[in-house]
Design a protein. Sequence first.
Length: 200
Amino acid sequence: MHFFDYATFQKIPNCIYKIALTILLGVGVYFLGEGIVRIPFLRNSSSYLHIPWIFGDIAEKLKNFQDGIEAILSSFLGSRYTSQLEFCVCGPIIEELSHRLVFHELILKQGMKLCFKKYFDTNHTIARIFRVTVSAMVFAAQHTWAFNKTSIIINPYGAASLVWLVVLGLFLGTAQELTGNIAYPIGIHVINNTLTHYFS
């Protein structure tokens, strides 16, 4: 009998592959973030991200939406709604639903189909890169400390943190774009935040 039996391997449910892939990606994203925030020249740099104000405006509205949902959860769960639960589970779920499902899928993707499908293929690689990039910029903007009307987003935790937020947004947006399944970015985000909370 061979050590690796392909017939037995094929019997493993498909959901196990998906769960394992999500866990591996979540752990990988965590270590990527840990590497980025330790880059010396980024840690010692100021963190200004020049983007059109419209992205910051969208990010602020998404943040207000998320704060409203978190307030509702807090009122229902009471003392059980701890900072750990908010950071590790509820926060990532709410963020992914608002960023990847509402903003990325419904507004950007469906909006492009409605407005531009006559002119170009909205599933073209360039269109997909555009969606992922825009959603990543809004994701980074939403996590910043202040919104500046001069099109500059300011992050008080240093450039490394801001670069990491953009990279994380690109990674989560790519997962959503390639799979079309919100469970992947939610799982990756939950794992990343949980590892960050307990080990960083």
